[in-house]
Design a protein around this ligand. Structure first.
Ligand SMILES: [Zn+2]
Length: 192
């Protein structure tokens, strides 16, 4: 049971996953979609897809918790991995399918930091704080390489855990995220 101090801290960090709460939200959305101009078949298709992703989320978060990772949901963009605090922050307002995909990618970052591989081609990347390094192209390229690898490892994790993921949605999100990182790597105006 959480004490009030840790409860307070958890609130600041965000909400923890609760299967029943997520399920209730999907059911509420289904009822409100039926009130809209959605056909019953379309509303049901969305309902089933969202329920499958709540189950995916539950499975994935159990895997994270077993590795000592805490997952928080907060009004936030996409996802972020914190190596220091062994935590991941996921957009609370995103749909269950997007939450699963963002979380898979952040788990990919976690796996890279646990097993960087040899030689560590990400060494010049995110771990660097020295501005003499962080202003170089090599640094930005190492970060981009880690981003690509994190998507790869996330996808492998989904396979390992036998998650039912819509590959097309995953690819669309992956491409959009990488597009922004590529623009940042080459210092495109507005992305520096
Ligand atoms: Zn990333």
């Amino acid at each position: 049971m959480l004490t009030s101090a840790t409860e307070q801290a958890a609130k600041q960090k965000g909400r923890l996953f609760n299967f029943d709460f997520w399920k209730e939200r999907v059911q509420k959305r289904y009822k409100s979609n039926l009130k809209k101009s959605y056909t019953p078949e379309y509303a049901m298709a969305i309902y089933l897809m969202e329920m499958a992703n709540v189950k995916n989320l539950d499975k994935l978060i159990r895997w994270c918790n077993n590795r000592g990772l805490t997952i928080y949901f907060k009004r936030h963009e996409n996802g972020t991995y914190d190596e220091c605090f062994k935590s991941i922050m996921i957009a609370a307002n995103a749909s269950p399918i997007k939450q699963v995909i963002y979380l898979l990618h952040e788990c990919g970052h976690h796996l890279i930091h646990q097993h960087p591989g040899e030689p560590n081609r990400f060494l010049m990347g995110y771990d660097q704080t020295d501005p003499r390094i962080t202003r170089t192209f090599q640094h930005r390229l190492a970060c981009l390489e880690e981003e690509m690898e994190a998507w790869q490892r996330g996808r492998s994790l989904a396979k390992k855990l036998k998650l039912r993921i819509d590959e097309d949605v995953l690819d669309l999100i992956r491409i959009n995220c990488l597009k922004s990182y590529i623009k940042w790597t080459v210092k495109k105006k507005g992305y520096e």
